[in-house]
Design a binder for this molecule. Structure first.
Ligand SMILES: Cc1ncc(COP(=O)(O)O)c(C=O)c1O
Length: 372
């Protein structure tokens, strides 16, 4: 199978699976128990916390394990607003954020929170000037994603972090498509709250992280057993946490090798796909990750290509919204039309993709083009 949907989810690394297995079978003690058996699980969780924190340059104590980016985003947004309502009632975010952010913001609006949704230009980038203009006395939070899941566009995170810091505003960053792909450093980037999911970096589904800088106050979504300093109650999911930790360790260790592999495959893909008449590659090359290539192919019905081919796995928008027929909110915010969206393809690669697969992919695309 030619799998080009790695931005949707990735295959579990065999070393991750191996690390997890004992915690499903032999080492099943509850990590919150005081006995030695429970402590074995607890120690494994604490090792994972170190592995995760080293990848993003945080302290271990600032890592909260959740079920995934969606939960982390909900916890960060709702939890921060609830804890900080006395300071203000205004959030700034962007029209091209993932639905996990946008739908949570819409929910918060029904509770009286005011939200500014920044526009993006035709490269998918926000304007720092517009961000500065949107800041009000009652702005408590700026929420901007690191890398867009549909286009791979990288926002100017360092500059946003500085603006947030200078204005005393908390900066929340959805880094689900960035962690493990490009350098993410919460200190250097001035990020106060950061979210991501394990399954985007060869860890299992159902595990994620909220990094919360020590001085930031949030209210929990769940109440119960007091795990994760009371911020995420519920019995620890030891195997999945262990898997995420291992994946972070591997990603850090293999970073340069994987980056070079992906860059060369991506370069080859771009060269090949550009040979198709009229192809547009979305986003400016300087502000894009190499593992996500979003293209518009004139004359292609991307839905047909995606649904008919059993050997080829691709996406034409984010998987979470692919049930919705109308064009992607991300591409439309960049000024593209419904027709452009219907001709768009997201090709997301990882270290296992090969040049032969790329050739097959480009041939399959060419075969579906209808010349009018
Ligand atoms: C940028 C971004 N944010 C959030 C999410 C939600 O992640 P999950 O479904 O793992 O909770 C995704 C998943 O596609 C994503 O790409």
């Amino acid at each position: 199978m030619n799998y080009f949907d790695n931005a949707s989810t990735t295959k579990i690394d065999s070393r991750v699976l191996e690390a997890m297995l004992p915690y499903f079978s032999e080492i099943y003690g509850n990590a919150s128990s005081n006995h030695e058996f429970g402590k074995e699980s607890k120690n494994a969780i604490e090792l994972a916390r170190i592995q995760v924190s080293e990848l993003i340059n945080s302290k271990e104590s600032e890592i909260i394990f959740t079920s995934g980016a969606t939960e982390s985003i909900n916890l960060a947004l709702k939890g921060f607003v609830e804890s900080n309502f006395e300071k203000g009632n205004h959030i700034i975010t962007v029209k091209t954020e993932h639905k996990a952010v946008l739908s949570t913001c819409e929910y918060l609006e029904t509770k009286g929170v005011e939200v500014t949704y920044l526009d993006v230009d035709n490269h998918g980038l926000i304007s720092l000037e517009e961000l500065n203009k949107a800041i009000r006395k009652d702005t408590i939070l700026i929420c901007v994603m690191f890398v867009n899941n549909e286009t791979g566009v990288i926002q100017p995170i360092n500059e946003i972090g500085v603006i947030a810091k200078e204005n005393g505003i908390t900066f929340l960053c959805d880094a689900t498509q960035a962690v493990g792909k490009i350098k993410v450093d919460v200190l250097e980037n001035n990020i106060d709250l950061l979210c991501f999911s394990g399954h985007k970096l060869n860890a299992p589904k159902g595990i994620g992280v909220l990094y919360k800088k020590r001085n930031i106050e949030i209210t929990p979504l769940f109440h119960g057993g007091g795990q994760e300093s009371g911020l995420r109650a519920g019995t620890y999911n030891t195997p999945l946490i262990v898997g995420l930790g291992k994946a972070c360790e591997i990603v850090a260790k293999d970073f340069e090798t994987n980056k070079n592999k992906i860059n060369s495959i991506s370069k080859y893909l771009i060269e090949e796909i550009k040979k198709i008449n009229g192809v547009i590659i979305i986003g400016n090359e300087k502000f894009r990750v190499h593992n996500i290539i979003d293209v518009i192919v004139p004359g292609l019905n991307s839905d047909i290509l995606i649904s008919k081919s059993s050997n080829l796995v691709l996406s034409n928008g984010s998987a979470c919204t692919s049930q919705i027929i109308e064009g992607s909110h991300v591409l439309k915010a960049m000024g593209l039309t419904d027709l452009d969206c219907s001709q768009s393809l997201r090709i997301s690669i990882d270290k296992e993709n090969t040049q032969i697969q790329i050739t097959e992919l480009v041939d399959a695309i060419k075969a579906e083009i209808i010349n009018i």
